[in-house]
Structure formats: structure tokens, C-alpha cells
Design a binder for this molecule. Sequence first.
Ligand code: AMP
Ligand code: MN
Ligand code: MN
Length: 352
Amino acid sequence: MTTLPTPSATDADAAGMTEIADMVETRGDAAAGGAATPSDVLAVLDAAATVTVLCHVHPDADTIGSGLALGLVLERRGVPVQVSFAEPAALPESMRTLPGTHLLAPPAQVRDGVDVVVTVDCGSAGRLGALADRLAGAGTTVVIDHHRSNTRFGRWNLVDESAESTTAVLARLFDHWGVEIDRDLAHCLYAGLVTDTGSFRWVRPGTHLLAERLLDTGIDGAAIARRLLDTHPFGWLPMLSAVLGSATLVPGAAGGRGLVYAVIRRRDVGDLRSEEIESVVDIVRTTSEAEIAAVLKESVNGTWSVSLRSKSDIDVSAVAARLGGGGHHAAAGYTAETSAETVVADLVDALG
Ligand code: AMP
Ligand code: MN
Ligand code: MN
């Protein structure tokens, strides 16, 4: 195995490769390493002969855009690289035209024992699903992310909580690396930027400068946004009708600021692909009488995946963390295994 840099400022400093692997395995989400600088991460990647890039389960355009962009850069540098996510089995239709999908490997074919595993847009090891076991087999691990709730579960953790998207963290990393952001990379990076900013609603100084740089490569920003955000099969409309028709307002929740929630059961989804339900929360959260919005999404195995949104005051990443999940200040999520009624009752409790 290639000799890789090790963090200098952690108690793991003297650990050999096997011990590092043990540590990742036994500590799970406990801080396995410390904060990393872009230079640290580049030193690790430059020394790697083999890399695996892992995206989060039920991937969105930020994790896939990040994974494919990093994969493409490594491939161009001659490094054998696989990009993967644990579930579902297929890449969401809306992301299939992103450059770099030839790098995607089914989870069962993801090599164990590579030099470096990089996770992108994952706040915790649990977000890797069944691929979390690849962390222990790697020579070292790098976490590149922007989640407030990030548990720093990698050996090297490049986490910028102020970044709009993980693709924005990567754009800055590519600049450090001297990588030219061409049209293909820009397409991947823009996909994460336009979706994680809610079509440039949640922005900060610099967001539009990055967008401008990416657009200047010649990508079709309108087409990318339309495909990722504004394209649904006809069956999406009756699903929305059924789900929104039973939305519930709880004005007294969250100290009187209000909760609005909707429940998506399997029967509402019918033949629709699971990714078609992800946008429901964007409609529910517009309710003016509620500071908090929640959408309960029933999984095929009967558990609930809950999306939480807040308008401004309340940090839903803290609420989600209390319920076993994580996320950002205004957008977070968790999973629950109880009945829908209990999920709602527990949420109201957690909101205080
Ligand atoms: P979603 O509602 O699925 O769009 O997710 C909103 C945010 O919460 C995203 O940043 C996710 O990464 C995070 N998130 C969603 N579900 C979970 C979970 N089960 N555990 C940790 N974070 C989650
Ligand atoms: Mn994501
Ligand atoms: Mn993200």
C-alpha cells in the first residue's frame, strides 16, 4: 500500500495503518481525526494509488455531483477510482446525464482496501449505509462536507459549514489543486450548487461568483436546473394531490411558532420512483402559519424517513440530531421506526 500522510495534531499520529483501520471501525462516528486543510487533503490524494469516493444513501445532486467531479479529476490524474452509493440500486433519473457516471460502481463491486476512501456530502458514517464498512478497510479516510451536524468521522475532515454545497467546497479544493474547472466538472459542481441553494435562494456573498465561473465554461444552467428540479412524470401530480390534501397544521407546536406536516405512504407513491417524493417538502414548507415543516416518507421496509425544514429561528439540525439524524440549520432529516402518529408526537416533543 502506498505511504500516505497521517494527521500531525491528533492522538492517532503514531498509529499504523491497521490501527487506523481498527480505530475507524471501533469508534464509528466518534471523531477519528481532526480538521483538515485543503493542503492536507491534497497531500493525501496526491499520495494515493487507489481511491474510492462514497456518496450518501438516497443520493441528491450535491453528493453525486461532488462524487463524480472528484472522480473525474482523479481519473484524469491516472488514479483508478470508483464512485458509489449504497442505495437505492439505481441512480435517480434526473442525475443520469451528469458527466462521469461511467465511474459509478454497484455497492457490491466497490473494492475494499483502497488507499483512500473519500466521503462527499455525508454528515456521519451512517449516511453511507451498507458501504460504511469500506471506511475500516481503507488506508486512510477523507471527509469532504458542509453539514453543521458533521461528526468528523474521517481521519481527515474538510468540513466547511458555511459552504452552500459540498460541490462549493470541492470547487475551492480544485482551485488549491490547480485543477482547471472545465465544462464537465462545472456541470457536476453546478448540479450541487443549484439544488443545495434551492435555486439560489439560500446564498451568501460569493455564491453567484462561483455560479458565474461555472456558467462561463459554457454549461446550460437552465437545462441542468430543469432536469434536476423541474421535471416529473405525470403521476407526480395525483401523488401531490393526495399527500398535500391531508397536510396537517399544528399551530401550538415549537413554542407556538407552528408545525405543518404531510405524510407520504407507500400507497401514495404507487409506481413513482422514490426520488419523486423529495420535492414535497419544498411545497409544504411555504406554509406561512408554521415555522417548521416536516414530511414523513414511508420506506419500502416500513420505516419513516423524515425531512425537516425551518424558516429562520429554529435550528432543525439540532432537532434532527436529538432524533438520531442530522443536517443543516434550515434543512435536516432523520429516520424513525415507529408509527406515523408516534413520529409526529416525538417530533412535537423534540420541538419543545
Ligand atoms: P432531506 O430532507 O432528505 O432533503 O435532507 C435534508 C438534510 O438533512 C440533508 O442535508 C441531509 O443530508 C440531512 N439528512 C437527511 N436525512 C438524514 C438522516 N437520516 N441522518 C442524517 N442526516 C440526514
Ligand atoms: Mn446531500
Ligand atoms: Mn449538500
